[in-house]
Design a protein. Structure first.
Length: 512
């Protein structure tokens, strides 16, 4: 559909960005003999390193420069205040400054989330995608858990909140000229609290929920078959099922929904995501780089939720595009990824190669990542997610869990132990006889010496865990700005090392 761009696609069309699309295209070299190609980038990249290890200024900067040079479009999430400035610098160095579009507090670029979803993901009877977008982002930042107290009933409140959204959004989308979060909140807040209230003339005259239901009924009576279907499917939910919920249960469900929506309806966030639309996630498919400069330090948890929503919309836009051999590769860049991860990421990582998407996730250590996932079996789920990154770079780190994991996935090597043993000794003997006519004596002495060699085989970690904390450089003047990492590729045998791992060095000044 046509969107009211004041910036964006037209600006890019004036100076189109060329790009590489072949999976065999080399993006950068690891050492002198090994090449990292587009197909490798499409299989996901995970970068781990302690604070000050050089993971962003070393391998991160080098990979980002290769993406920019290759003409990719992409989305950048910002956990820190300086992330957007870093990308401005990188884009300028690569000649891609005009490709950069930043959503920030200035309000220059905005997107009405509900309108966008209603016009794309929720078309043709898929209204449940509206609810999915809100709930995915809210769950990832633990807002729903906090709203319901984090108790054992949390799943019930979340499921019922989802049912409410799925029962309200199709009605609003049908009767309202513009779908807004504020109207969604008004609809839920004004829903009847009993069947008596639902039949009350006062409620029917003053309630926004009633107003929507009455408009829907009028459309149905006028012959609109879609309105009739919606009225049949959802009207009884609000007039009977929701109305007869216990006060405490209904209050908890409303609190859950309010916690999800309120932060998106006030202040600067509301201006950016609930007014008009000047830019959409699909713009990256034309070569744009969309930077979400709403760091947790400036916007708080609401900024994280907003970025989660836009990330999900971007993922869906990538997965909905027509697949063909010459489509422009896309990247998703998430430094401090523990702030932004959700269950949708796992699915996206599993299919990224098919859609020519190159996800890069950067974090400090595995315990931080596991803690962000939360819930039961967080460590096992975290390991399953990390396993989806076919390229993993391990920088200097003192975390024993991360270092042991890196050592384990690299594997063991057969070692040989040669043992030598030497033996020596002396021997002597004598004899004698005596008879009537003669006698005699005899004897002898000697020395013997031997040497034996034995070779024993055993297996030992190819890279010991303490190597990551003791041997890898972290850049800076004292290291001549050199940053070391161990890169591990699944099912790969690096030519230089003849193993699945390779020590590589990055120059912090190379792309500055």
């Amino acid at each position: 559909m046509a969107w009211p761009f004041t910036h964006g696609l037209r600006a890019l069309s004036a100076s189109p960005v060329s790009y590489h699309h072949r999976l065999g295209t080399p993006l950068l070299r690891f050492g002198r003999r090994d090449v990292w190609r587009l197909r490798d980038a499409c299989e996901g990249t995970g970068i781990l390193g302690g604070v000050g290890s050089g993971k962003t200024s070393g391998s991160g900067q080098t990979i980002a420069a290769s993406f920019l040079t290759a003409g990719m479009g992409g989305m950048v999430l910002c956990a820190k205040n300086n992330e957007a400035d870093r990308w401005r610098k990188w884009a300028r160095a690569a000649g891609r400054e005009r490709s950069l579009f930043v959503i920030d507090a200035s309000g220059t670029h905005r997107i009405n989330i509900m309108d966008y979803v209603a016009s794309t993901l929720a078309r043709d009877g898929f209204e449940q995608n509206l609810a999915a977008v809100l709930l995915e982002a809210a769950e990832a930042s633990r807002i729903l858990k906090s709203a319901s107290g984090g108790g054992g009933d949390n799943s019930f409140f979340r499921d019922y909140a989802e049912l409410c959204l799925n029962s309200a959004l199709p009605l609003l989308n049908k009767v309202m000229p513009q779908l807004r979060l504020r109207d969604l909140q008004r609809f839920i807040d004004s829903a009847p609290r009993s069947m008596d209230e639902a039949s009350s003339p006062d409620w029917q005259k003053s309630s926004f929920c009633s107003e929507v239901l009455i408009k829907l009924a009028a459309l149905a009576q006028g012959g609109d078959s879609h309105a009739a279907r919606l009225a049949e499917e959802y009207a009884d939910f609000w007039l009977v099922q929701f109305a007869t919920l216990g006060d405490r249960t209904r209050g908890s469900v409303v609190a859950t929904l309010s916690a999800t929506l309120n932060g998106l309806m006030t202040g600067k966030i509301a201006e950016l995501f609930s007014t008009d639309t000047t830019i959409v996630p699909d713009i990256t498919q034309e070569g744009a780089i969309l930077v979400l400069d709403m760091s947790a330090h400036e916007f708080g948890s609401v900024g994280i939720v907003a970025q989660q929503i836009l990330k999900l919309l971007w993922m869906k836009s990538i997965q909905h595009r027509r697949i063909h051999a010459k489509m422009r590769p896309q990247f998703l860049w998430i430094d401090e990824c523990q702030y932004f991860f959700s269950e949708a990421d796992a699915e996206f990582l599993s299919t990224s190669r098919e859609y020519r998407a190159c996800p890069v996730y950067i974090t400090q250590d595995l315990p931080t990542f596991y803690a962000a996932l939360g819930g039961d079996n967080a460590e096992n789920r975290g390991k399953q997610i990390v396993a989806k990154f076919q390229t993993r770079l391990f920088h200097a780190n003192t975390d024993p869990v991360t270092n042991a994991f890196a050592s384990e996935i690299i594997g063991k090597s057969r070692r040989y132990k040669v043992s030598w043993s030497t033996s020596s000794g002396r021997n002597s003997g004598g004899s004698g006889n005596q008879g009537e006519r003669e006698s005699g004596t005899g004897g002898g002495a000697g020395r013997n010496q031997g040497r034996t060699r034995s070779i024993d085989t055993y297996e030992e970690a190819d890279v010991l865990p303490d190597y990551f904390g003791n041997e890898l450089r972290n850049g800076g003047k004292e290291n001549r700005f050199k940053v070391d990492a161990i890169v591990v590729r699944a099912a790969t045998r690096f030519r230089a090392a003849k193993r699945n791992r390779l020590k590589v060095t990055f120059d912090q000044r190379a792309r500055a």
